[in-house]
Ligand binder design. Structure first.
Ligand SMILES: C[S@@+](CC[C@H](N)C(=O)[O-])C[C@H]1O[C@@H](n2cnc3c(N)ncnc32)[C@H](O)[C@@H]1O
Length: 256
C-alpha cells in the first residue's frame, strides 16, 4: 500500500475514546474464558467492588448488575471524565482519579478488587481487600500480537506486557493472599481489515498511556504497516495472536 492510502486510513479511523475497541473488525479462534463471565462468577449482589485502572469504565460498567456498589479508579483524569460520561444513570458506581500504588481507602474496604489489563500494586490491593475477599486480574501476555510488534524492531522483553502475572504472585503471597486460579491462553486472532489494524496501532502506540517505545506516526510507520499487511494477510484477515493471563487470589481469613 502507498503512503497516501495509509495516511488517508489513519486520518479517517478516528481516535480511541476511553478503551473502547468496538470499532475493530476481528475474528479469533475460541477462547477458553471471557473476562466478564469469570469476574461475574465472583460477585455477589451485596459486594463493594473496586476496579483498578478502570479506563473509560467500559468493562466495569457491564459488571454493575452483579454487585451492590462499585468504585473505579484511574490515574488519568481524562479517563475518569470519559468513565463518568459512559456511566448510565442510576448505576451504583463512582469513578475517582487515583494511582494504583496509593489507594486512598481504609484497610479491608472491598469484597472484590478487579483489574483488567492495567497496572496494579499487590501490597495496596491486599490491604484494601476484606478477609476472604477476591482479587481478579486479566493481563495482556508477553507474546500478545507478537508478529506485528516484532515488525517495529523493538525488543519485546522491554515492552510493558513483558511483565506477566508470575511477577505478582510472590508479592500477593507475601501479603496474606493465596492464588486460587491461574490460566493463560494464546489463540489465533485475525484483524479483518487495514482500518482496524491502523485504529489498533493508533490506540496503543502512546508512550504516556501504554509504555510502548514509540507514539504512532503514519509518516514514520507506514512502511511497517504495509509490510505487516502483505506478510500476514490471510482469507480470515491479518493474522496475529491474542495472549492473555488470568490470576485470581484470595485474601486469607483473619483466623490464619
Ligand atoms: C489498557 S487500559 C485498561 C482499561 C480497562 N481496565 C479495560 O480493561 O478496558 C489501562 C488503564 O490503566 C490506567 N493506569 C495506568 N497506570 C496507572 C496507575 N499507576 N494508576 C491508576 N491507573 C493507571 C491507564 O490510565 C489506563 O486507563
Amino acid at each position: 500500500m502507498t503512503f497516501e492510502e495509509l495516511k488517508q486510513i489513519a486520518d479517517s479511523v478516528g481516535e480511541r475514546q476511553g478503551w473502547d475497541f468496538s470499532r475493530m473488525q476481528v475474528d479469533c479462534d475460541p477462547m477458553p474464558w471471557d473476562y466478564l463471565e469469570v469476574a461475574a462468577r465472583y460477585l455477589r449482589p451485596t459486594d463493594r467492588v473496586l476496579d483498578v485502572g478502570t479506563g473509560g469504565g467500559e468493562k466495569f460498567i457491564q459488571l454493575a448488575p452483579h454487585f451492590g456498589e462499585g468504585i473505579g479508579i484511574d490515574f488519568d483524569p481524562e479517563m475518569v471524565a470519559t468513565a463518568q460520561r459512559n456511566l448510565p444513570r442510576d448505576t451504583p458506581i463512582q469513578f475517582e482519579q487515583m494511582s494504583t500504588d496509593s489507594l486512598s481507602f481504609e484497610d479491608h474496604s472491598f469484597d472484590v478488587v478487579l483489574n483488567r489489563q492495567a497496572p496494579m500494586a499487590a501490597d495496596e490491593i491486599a490491604r484494601v481487600l476484606k478477609p476472604e475477599g477476591y482479587f481478579i486480574t486479566q493481563q495482556i501476555g508477553s507474546s500478545n500480537m507478537r508478529n506485528i510488534l516484532m515488525e517495529f524492531g523493538w525488543d519485546l522483553a522491554t515492552l510493558p506486557q513483558a511483565k506477566g502475572v508470575q511477577t505478582y504472585i510472590d508479592a500477593f503471597e507475601s501479603h496474606d493472599c493465596v492464588v486460587v486460579g491461574q490460566a493463560t491462553y494464546d489463540v489465533r486472532y485475525f484483524v479483518r481489515d487495514v482500518e482496524s489494524l491502523v485504529f489498533w496501532l493508533k490506540a496503543i502506540l502512546h508512550y504516556s498511556a501504554t509504555g510502548f517505545p514509540e507514539t504512532f506516526d503514519i509518516q514514520k510507520h507506514w512502511q511497517v504497516i504495509d509490510r505487516i499487511v502483505s506478510k500476514y494477510q490471510t482469507p480470515r484477515g491479518i493474522e496475529t495472536n491474542e495472549h492473555r493471563e488470568l490470576l485470581i487470589v484470595q485474601k486469607r481469613s483473619r483466623s490464619f
